[in-house]
Design a protein around this ligand. Structure first.
Ligand code: CTP
Length: 416
């Protein structure tokens, strides 16, 4: 049996490029499918990316038959981890750096707009017809050496013309998350949203299509947008199309800056919500059914924004720490993006890179030895030591011992 590492490096130069493992899996899947009397296809993103000459990290496979059985066999062959979603007939196999999503080729119907679809097994043509855009609705029969590209919706022509085009007029109504997907692909590839598709998008937004989506689904699409290599572009495009206000009336994206370096996804969330006040942030948190890390970033961003001028004016490092201690790091990173070039960004930058981690040189047991009792007084002494070190008033253990002795005398006098 192969280990995940073998799979990740098999057939390649051995340096672990996940694409090397793709080759092995793409050879193995049709062998499994054929044995079971099924057909297997590479579909969606990987086909699009291969035609564009872009590296794909994940593999999407459609099985005419039962994808779950193929996934079980594949997982056991490559010693991978298997996750099954029985309701949709889908499964994911992960092994090392590889992720392989397998779906049972299916026909979909939507009982109500924005809901998850009802599914029944179908042919490859059915499976391509249910997809979002023509460029994502192509399939390559496996093994890749034998068949021709299945492209019933002229996805290859749209790829060459750089167009994002839906397959049918009800696409955005059925699944409004596709509106955010459209802007993501348009921005990622520098493509244009085809005019009829753009009209359908506006109509769906005007008909309040987003209100049919659960918070989890909206949040998931936002998260995928934050994970793009340059999230500002799709987020701004989404704002221009009216997607942001459809999520929450106070949400905009035109303020987002271009950022040279890679920024964490939640720092992008912080940058996005920078203009929101605390109440608007709380409403957005509720709309997105946000988990605690998102909720914290949204709430802390409103706090940092409200404190911005005090942060910029703070004279001493300890003043900055008093304002920022306990804030979510991603909220601080988002604030740096939004206040770049100002004293506010400089102070927050220094806080993140140096000040937050400054601790007294003396520990609790040292203070006990110096006669400071455990309890609130110990806490106050440690805070005072940190403050003094931050502000450059102490430079050694001796300085700190001195400070504690003086401080103990002062507090003795005041409590006597
Ligand atoms: N899909 C769809 N409608 C959605 C989500 C997905 O039709 N709302 C289809 C598309 O055909 C897509 C495929 O499912 O290509 C896989 O979805 P996903 O992994 O989200 O997309 P990728 O194309 O792999 O995109 P990315 O490059 O962003 O990972």
């Amino acid at each position: 049996m192969l280990t995940p590492t073998d799979v990740a490096t098999i057939g390649g130069d051995g340096n672990g490029d996940p694409v090397d493992g793709h080759r092995f899996v793409l050879d193995r899947i049709p062998v499994i499918a054929d044995y079971l009397g099924f057909e297997a296809y590479l579909v969606g993103g990987p086909v699009r990316d291969r035609l564009l000459g872009v590296t794909t990290t994940d593999l999407d496979i459609a099985v005419v038959g039962d994808a779950v059985i193929v996934a079980e066999k594949l997982a056991s062959d490559i010693n991978g981890r298997l996750t099954v979603h029985q309701r949709f007939g889908t499964a994911t196999v992960t092994a090392g750096a590889l992720t392989i999503d397998l779906v049972t080729a299916r026909r979909e119907t939507y009982s109500s707009p924005g809901a998850l679809p009802d599914v029944e097994r179908g042919e490859i043509a059915d499976d391509l017809a249910r997809r979002d855009f023509t460029i994502n609705a192509m399939a390559m029969p496996l093994p890749a050496s034998v068949g021709e590209l299945v492209d019933p919706h002229q996805g290859q022509a749209d790829l060459e013309s750089g167009l994002i085009r839906v397959i049918h007029a009800g696409s955005f109504r059925d699944d409004p998350t596709r509106i955010l997907r459209a802007v993501r692909y348009a921005a990622r590839f520098g493509f244009t949203i085809e005019p009829d598709t753009a009209t359908l998008m506006s109509q769906a937004l005007a008909a309040r299509a987003f209100s049919t989506l659960t918070g989890d689904r909206v949040r998931h699409e936002l998260e995928r947008t934050f994970q793009e290599s340059d999230p500002a572009a799709p987020l701004r495009l989404a704002g221009d199309c009216g997607v942001m206000t459809a999520i929450h009336p106070a949400l905009t994206a035109s303020h987002l800056p271009d950022v040279g370096e890679t920024v964490t996804p939640l720092a992008w969330l912080a940058a996005l919500v920078w203009p929101l006040n605390a109440d608007e942030g709380a409403a957005l948190t509720a709309r997105l059914n946000a988990p605690s890390d998102w909720a914290r970033v949204i709430a802390d961003t409103a706090r940092i924004r409200a404190l911005a001028s005090s942060i910029g004016d703070a004279a001493k490092p300890s003043d900055v720490c008093a304002l920022l201690d306990g804030m979510a790091p991603d909220a601080l990173k988002g604030a740096i993006m939004m206040a770049a070039g100002s004293p506010i960004a400089d102070q927050i930058g220094r806080y993140l890179s140096e000040w937050w981690s400054v601790a007294p040189r003396l520990r609790g047991h040292d203070l006990l030895a110096l006669g400071v009792p455990a309890g609130p007084e110990m806490g106050a002494a440690l805070r005072e030591l940190r403050r003094a070190r931050l502000d450059g008033e102490t430079h050694s253990v001796q300085d700190e011992q001195e400070l504690v002795r003086n401080w103990a005398q002062v507090s003795d006098r005041t409590t006597r």
